[in-house]
Ligand binder design. Structure first.
Ligand SMILES: [Fe+2]
Ligand SMILES: [Fe+2]
Length: 281
């Protein structure tokens, strides 16, 4: 185990020794299991925070170990960040969106913290990527506010009516390419994924098929360059801002005059879902 249980802290978490005394053996065993899983989750989260540059000495979970945790938490791992605060916290109250929201409004009020995508786009800009790729880096993961499962496809769909075709292509397929190293392009399989998916994870057939298709596609390098810039810890102290990207957004993002969510596009409902995720139906 990568952590040890502190007996005093554990007993205190259950309400003290008197409360523990009233529990039967089975309840105590369950409580210890819950507590251990929580500690493990925290250790995994810390390891994920350290990102893909973490040392190779760390122990990665197996697929079976990760699956074991599915019915030990009150949310699913694919739930979007706006819809869950995780195990022990409540979600926060959201500031209302303006009547005609722009992409920048969504960044400010719904996609925060957007450090990861801002870092990726900053790196893409510094390394001289095309504006379509810089935009793809800026947008590639923000749909995770709504849903994480298959976020490449969801993200591309969310942006498709408003961005260049190369940008939505890059967003859609970066998800699959993340599982496949490309040394020549400077992309290694990340340690982060060994933590997130399990050290022995094999991508499902639809990801394998997608990779084969994209690998032969004339636009292969578009999503590949998103993965090359898809780093979590290249400069943890970098202060990032959306400001350097406002001009690129202006040139390449077709902001609807009615506001995102109100333009009757095929994806308007997705923007409305991000706008008011507290709606019960
Ligand atoms: Fe991603
Ligand atoms: Fe990413």
């Amino acid at each position: 185990m990568p952590f040890e249980i502190d007996r005093r802290v554990f007993i205190a978490s259950l309400g003290g020794a008197a409360a523990v005394g009233l529990m039967d053996h089975e309840a105590r065993a369950d409580a210890l299991e819950d507590y251990s899983i929580k500690k493990l989750d925290e250790a995994v989260a810390r390891a994920q925070d350290r990102g893909q540059n973490a040392g190779s000495a760390q122990k990665f979970p197996t697929v079976a170990e990760l699956e074991e945790q599915i019915d030990k938490r009150p949310y699913r791992r694919g739930a979007g960040n706006l819809f869950t605060a995780g195990r022990n916290a409540n979600v926060r109250r959201l500031e209302p969106m303006p009547a005609k929201p722009t992409l920048l409004d969504f960044f400010r009020l719904r996609f925060q913290p957007a450090n990861h995508v801002l870092q990726s786009a900053t790196r893409a800009m510094k390394t001289g990527m095309t504006e379509e790729i810089i935009l793809a880096c800026l947008l590639h993961d923000v749909v995770q506010a709504m849903i994480k499962t298959d976020h490449g496809w969801w993200g591309a769909q969310l942006f498709e009516p408003y961005v260049p075709e190369k940008t939505s292509f890059a967003i859609r397929y970066h998800q699959a390419l993340r599982f496949y190293p490309d040394e020549a392009a400077g992309y290694e399989y990340p340690d982060l994924y060994k933590n997130t998916f399990g050290v022995d994870y094999v991508p499902p057939p639809y990801i394998q098929e997608t990779y084969k298709m994209v690998r032969k596609h004339k636009w292969y390098m578009e999503p590949r360059l998103v993965t090359v810039n898809d780093l979590y810890a290249f400069d943890p102290n970098a202060v990032v801002s959306i400001d350097p990207f406002v001009d690129i957004i202006g040139r390449h993002f077709k902001q609807p005059k009615e506001g995102l969510g109100h333009d009757n596009s095929p994806v308007a409902h997705m923007w409305r879902t991000l706008d008011h995720p507290d709606a019960p139906l």
